[in-house]
Write a protein that binds this ligand. Structure first.
Ligand code: FAD
Length: 394
């Protein structure tokens, strides 16, 4: 391979987009000794997509058995990454889940946890008050713990995966936006700096997925949402701190809006706890930071939630950052081949819960691009569950 001029080389696979999904795909490809190019539009690291920031929640408990099965592998792969790189990526905290006693989501999570051999630890109101005196569980609400859950250090994880990929001979070209894709037995990918060829292409473009897929005549039913990442000041520093063993939490539809609220113990910004609304306003990723006047509705809802459930926090956010979700109509991922060009693989629609699953997502996308049978059942992730738009030009 011509390393001095990567555009003269033919790769086994090109991965488009160096967020966590593309970076993990590239890592698995390099492990499989595939000559791999990872292309990114921005200078790395960047904060324009979905994979930046210090922390993400990881957990075993999911409503769907297939995610819980994937998570078992993910815990192993995250630990493997830590030991390969000798870097700390995960802190064990546990996850507190709570909501109304007839909440369907909580019921399903409890059931899959029982099946998976990681049964939930059910908390009575007395247990709850003893363990979490600074959280106000409401009358008629139930709570339980996912004991194996914790925090992933997102920025650290992303850097580590990219470094290990390069250590294995993988090539990263950042600051190169892909502007044209020509399908074929050899796929040609053009950027302003050159043209690259490969036997297969994996597209992991996050919120830009549909603008990239437009180049190959495909559109998926994806919505891109701006997420306000809010940090709330502790009245007494450390009350909700990771160092005080405070867990992550998910309040299931606690504000009757159909959306969850989740939080992570104070850690990355001392004295500030991260609490976010699991939805946001629809927004073009290019216009993410153009915001209107007044307090956004999600921040108002969060403020009310904080007052009601977390009396030890100030009820105005001290810091608001932003990030993007790319959501499918059913909030399940899309992991599939292009319907016409089988050597073009798409990983998209991670719907605000893809970080923890990225080691297995990357493995599946790698397997699909190598023509192998995926190591997990991907039938829930096929794009034909939706009516997709395929232009006839190609
Ligand atoms: C606020 C917030 C909180 C979250 N919390 C959790 C959590 O607690 N647990 C969890 O599991 N998940 C969580 N998630 C979800 C998780 O972070 C995402 O699912 C994941 O990061 C998606 O990664 P990605 O690689 O698909 O997208 P991205 O990170 O957006 O990567 C896509 C990349 O493609 C590049 N790209 C796009 N177009 C082009 C082009 N034409 N040419 C070259 N490059 C291109 C982009 O620049 C970008 O770098 C959260 C997300 C947000 C926003």
């Amino acid at each position: 391979m011509d390393v001095t001029n990567p555009s003269n080389s033919c790769y086994d696979t090109i991965v488009l987009g160096a967020g966590i999904q593309g970076s993990f795909t590239a890592y698995h490809l390099a492990k499989n000794k595939r000559r791999t190019l990872l292309i990114e539009q921005f200078i790395l690291p960047h904060s324009r997509g979905s994979s930046h920031g210090q922390t993400r929640i990881t957990r075993m408990g999911y409503q769907e058995d297939y995610y819980t099965r994937m998570m078992k592998d993910c815990f192993t792969l995250w630990a493997q990454l830590e030991s390969e790189a000798k870097v700390k990526i995960y802190s064990h905290t546990g996850l507190l889940l709570f909501g109304k006693n007839d909440d369907k989501q909580l019921g399903k999570i409890q059931r899959t946890m029982k099946h998976s051999g990681n049964p939930p630890e059910i908390l009575t109101h007395d247990d709850f008050t003893r363990k979490f005196p600074n959280v106000s569980l409401q009358p008629g609400e139930v709570a339980f713990m996912d004991r194996v859950a914790g925090v992933l250090y997102a920025n650290q994880a992303l850097l580590t995966v990219q470094k290990l990929f390069q250590d294995m001979g993988g090539v990263i070209r950042d600051r190169e936006k892909v502007i044209d894709i020509q399908p074929g037995n050899l796929v040609t990918v053009k950027t302003a700096s050159g043209a690259y060829k490969a036997k297969s292409l994996v597209i992991t473009a996050g919120p830009w997925t549909n603008s990239v897929l437009n180049q190959i005549a495909l559109q998926l039913p994806l919505k891109t949402l701006r997420i306000n990442v809010c940090y709330w000041k502790e009245k007494v520093a450390g009350t909700y701190g990771l160092s005080h063993n405070f867990p992550c939490f998910i309040g299931s539809d606690v504000c009757n809006t159909g959306h969850d609220i989740y939080g992570l113990p104070s850690n990355e910004y001392p004295g500030l706890m991260k609490i976010c609304y699991h939805s946001g306003e629809e927004s073009d990723p290019e216009k993410r930071d153009i915001i209107g006047r007044g307090t956004p509705q999600d921040i108002k809802i969060l403020g009310e939630f904080v007052k009601k459930y977390f009396p030890g926090l100030e009820s105005e956010p001290a810091v608001v950052e932003s990030c993007m979700y790319t959501c499918t109509p059913d909030n399940n991922f899309i992991l599939d081949c292009h319907p016409v060009h089988e050597n073009i693989i798409i990983g998209a629609g991670f719907s605000g819960h893809g970080f923890k699953l990225s080691p297995v997502v990357g493995k599946i996308l790698c397997e699909l691009s190598m023509g192998k049978t995926p190591s997990h059942d991907i039938s829930p992730f096929k794009m034909n569950r939706f009516s997709i738009k395929l232009k006839s030009a190609l």
